[in-house]
Design a protein around this ligand. Structure first.
Ligand SMILES: Nc1ncnc2c1ncn2[C@@H]1O[C@H](COP(=O)(O)OP(=O)(O)OP(=O)(O)O)[C@@H](O)[C@H]1O
Ligand SMILES: [Mg+2]
Length: 246
């Protein structure tokens, strides 16, 4: 069953069109990757789902319900959570206060339980509760950002480059954690430049190039067919092709 369906989406910023006639679908329970070189429109795609771009035509539906034209806060209420590429935590607040903010709509006992659940899933956050979030390492911050989204009990989580700038060990930690979230029933859409790492963990991926869909397939299909991916990405895809060949 398709949870999220994007059909012929054309979107951008002001008069600028970035995404051209893009169609994709996300099945319930799937771990989906969005790959492509710098500037290919990966973040624009995720932002479009959350109503943060200008949509010129096409549709974006969750469980058959249209999201185009719906305000971002109401999109979140429909079970979508977004972990942006940058500025995804409140750096001047403690870790605990960040988490409390994510459960502010709950009564005290429920909020307390939700925090305990988050600490069980993200033990590092329990250790760092009283620490200012801005003083944590990149990987710890990313854990916090994912926990903040997770506390909203989303059906589907969209993450924009969760492994960017992290040490190789933390990259693995993040991907393992995401796999666990997926196994717990959350559908994942993960944007990555680090194609090879993501393809080891996700089920299926779409490759963007210049705002258009260049290629799609299961992770094993894509990994086994690097030449095809390279030719689809062409010259503009050098960085991506190199990464996939690493
Ligand atoms: N707010 C904006 N206003 C105008 N143009 C923008 C804006 N944000 C992004 N763009 C442009 O849209 C294009 C696609 O950018 P986008 O951030 O979606 O790419 P990306 O695939 O996420 O790249 P990266 O891998 O570097 O994160 C780029 O040409 C970029 O300059
Ligand atoms: Mg981006």
């Amino acid at each position: 069953m398709n949870l999220l369906t994007i059909d012929k989406l054309t979107a951008g910023y002001g008069k600028l069109t970035i995404l051209h006639d893009l169609s994709l679908k996300v099945e319930k329970g799937q771990y989906l990757g969005i790959l492509g070189p710098n500037g290919s429109g990966k973040s624009t795609l995720v932002k479009s789902i959350f109503g943060l771009t200008d949509i010129f035509s096409g549709s974006i539906k969750i469980s058959g319900q249209e999201l185009v034209g719906v305000a971002t806060e109401n999109i979140c209420k429909r079970g979508l959570a977004y972990v942006p590429q940058r500025q995804n935590i409140f750096a001047t607040m403690t870790v605990r206060d960040n988490l409390l903010l994510a459960v502010r709509h709950l009564r005290r006992p429920k909020a307390h339980r939700a925090l305990q659940d988050a600490y069980a899933l993200f033990p590092i956050l329990a250790e760092r509760q009283q620490q200012s979030a801005g003083l944590m390492s990149g990987g710890e911050r990313q854990m916090l950002a994912i926990a903040l989204a997770w506390l909203g009990k989303p059906q589907i989580m969209l993450l924009d480059e969760p492994s960017a700038g992290l040490s190789p060990l933390f990259v693995i930690e993040i991907f393992k954690l995401l796999r666990r979230l997926c196994e717990s029933g959350i559908t994942l859409v993960v944007v990555e430049q680090n194609a090879r790492s993501l393809l080891r963990w996700c089920d299926y991926a779409y490759v963007l190039r210049e705002g258009k869909l260049a290629f799609e397939g299961s992770s094993s299909q894509i990994l086994a067919d690097e030449e095809t991916v390279k030719s689809y990405l062409g010259v503009g895809g050098t960085a991506f092709s190199q990464r996939i060949a690493e």
